[in-house]
Design a protein around this ligand. Structure first.
Ligand code: NAI
Length: 430
């Protein structure tokens, strides 16, 4: 029997996955247009990409876009709960070595990443596409000999990007890196509008709780927190916000949210959501003080925003996968979602395709730039130029029936910007 170069939960889910991918493609104009524009030139021919990013339907469309542009790809998910098994099956059935299933153990998680770095016949990547920085860390720590052979890497999320800047500052970053997160068409769309749709969706799928009338606390009012707060308010919750940054706290107040500390909120709120990218934001003491049937979840990248370890000493009762009742000695119970891992991918299916098309078109552009122009880059962290950011946005206007106004030459001269863009300064904040 030939060696099977993939590991998924159930390959027979491939047809279902393929049907969902077809629908997703109709909602991902950026990726589909990128295929049409660049596939004839095969700009990624010779690229060997190891990818570590939530193995969802949208990611399946990203993978096949990279392949259509000429790349060889191996893939794992960047979270043990975020894989959609039908998506993994669909890409595996199409011949992509994917190592991902929903509900991996920690040990299996790291094994899956390893499989993407070491393929058959000595296959190893020359590009990395990461979300959260785990693949990047494994390559730096376990396979440092690969670093000089890399054209570079691109990173999807705020937390992963923070890790890259830390490494660059310490001088330990081993390859040119693109910060995809801080393309405007990524963080100001995916983090914000993506979470606005996927946060409440996942809480509802997990608990069916009535949101209206409840008090919900969102910890962190960055891009993810802003979207999360809006989504809870949309269904009628009273939303309270905690922040450490006075600017973000003031923004929350101006939006009409009550800005509080956890100490003000723990005994009264019904739903708690962490969105900080920081750690130990909801502590054991906080959870001890919460009321019976409080719902606790995290939408930030890592599971250490909530001190889940401190709950291990108590009785856990699984309601269904990724939904647990944790019972305290006094009989009080809290509902913990996705064991504190990012709830919208653990208890839901992540962001909608349309917003992920924005993020992933930036990813594809970063990969093409690194592979074709690597000589221009040091071992440092870069952001895609603004004209590409604007291009990503323009690729998505048609699908929502948005018509762009075009300046005439006189107006452009009056503003001092080219008629064809870029339209804003680097320091413009959108
Ligand atoms: P951000 O940096 O824009 O926002 C985080 C906010 O949390 C900041 O305003 C910061 O001041 C605040 N904060 C930090 N420590 C705090 C504390 N102890 N208490 C209260 N507030 C605190 O970051 P962004 O883009 O909003 O991302 C947040 C997290 O979500 C990151 O881990 C990121 O990787 C992740 N993320 C998750 C997504 C998902 O689909 N689940 C999508 C995009 C990002």
């Amino acid at each position: 029997m030939s060696h099977q170069d993939y590991k998924v939960a159930d390959i027979s889910l491939a047809d279902w996955g393929r049907k969902e991918m077809k629908i997703a493609e109709s909602e991902m104009p950026g990726l589909m247009e990128t295929r049409r524009e660049f596939a004839p030139q095969q700009p990624l021919k010779g690229a060997r990409i190891a990818g570590c990013l939530h193995m969802t339907i949208q990611t399946a469309v990203l993978i096949e876009t990279l392949q259509e542009l000429g790349a060889e790809v191996r893939w794992s998910s960047c979270n043990i709960f975020s894989t959609q098994d039908q998506a993994a099956a669909a890409v595996a059935a199409n011949g992509t070595p994917v190592f991902a299933w929903k509900g991996e153990t920690e040990e299996e998680y790291w094994w899956c990443i390893d499989q993407t770095i070491n393929g058959p016949d000595g296959w190893q990547p020359n590009l990395l596409l990461d979300d959260g920085g785990d693949l990047t860390a494994v390559v730096h720590e376990k396979y440092p000999e690969l670093l000089p052979k890399l054209y570079g890497l691109s990173e999807e999320t705020t937390t992963g990007v923070n890790r890259l800047y830390h490494m660059a500052k310490k001088g330990t970053l081993g390859a040119p890196s693109f910060n995809v997160n801080d393309s405007v068409t990524k963080s100001k769309f995916d983090n914000l509008y993506g979470c606005r749709e996927s946060l409440v969706d996942s809480i509802k799928r997990a608990t069916d709780v009535m949101i209206a009338g409840k008090t919900a606390v969102v910890c962190g009012f960055g891009d993810v927190g802003k979207g999360s707060a809006q989504s809870l308010r949309g269904l009628g919750a009273q939303v309270w916000v905690t922040e450490i940054d006075p600017i973000c706290a003031l923004q929350a107040a101006m939006e009409g949210y009550k800005v509080v500390t956890m100490e003000d909120a723990v005994e009264v709120a019904d739903i708690f959501v962490t969105a900080t990218g920081n750690y130990n934001v909801i502590t054991h003491e906080h959870m001890k003080a919460m009321k019976d049937e409080a719902i606790v979840c995290n939408i930030g990248h890592f599971d250490n925003e909530i001190d889940v370890d401190s709950l291990r000493q108590y009785k856990w009762d699984q309601i269904k996968p990724q939904v647990d009742h944790v019972e305290f000695p006094d009989g009080k119970k809290i509902t913990l979602l996705a064991e504190g891992r990012l709830v919208n991918l653990g208890c839901g299916t992540g962001h909608p395709s349309y917003v992920m098309s924005n993020s992933f078109t930036n990813q594809v552009m970063a990969q093409m730039e690194l592979f074709n122009n690597w000589g221009k880059y040091e071992r440092d962290v870069y952001i895609l130029p603004k004209h590409l950011d604007e291009k990503v946005a323009s690729l998505h206007l048609g699908r929502v029936g948005a018509k762009l106004t075009r300046m005439d030459q006189e107006q452009a001269e009056y503003l001092g910007v080219p008629v064809d863009g870029p339209y804003k300064s680097e320091w413009y904040r959108y």
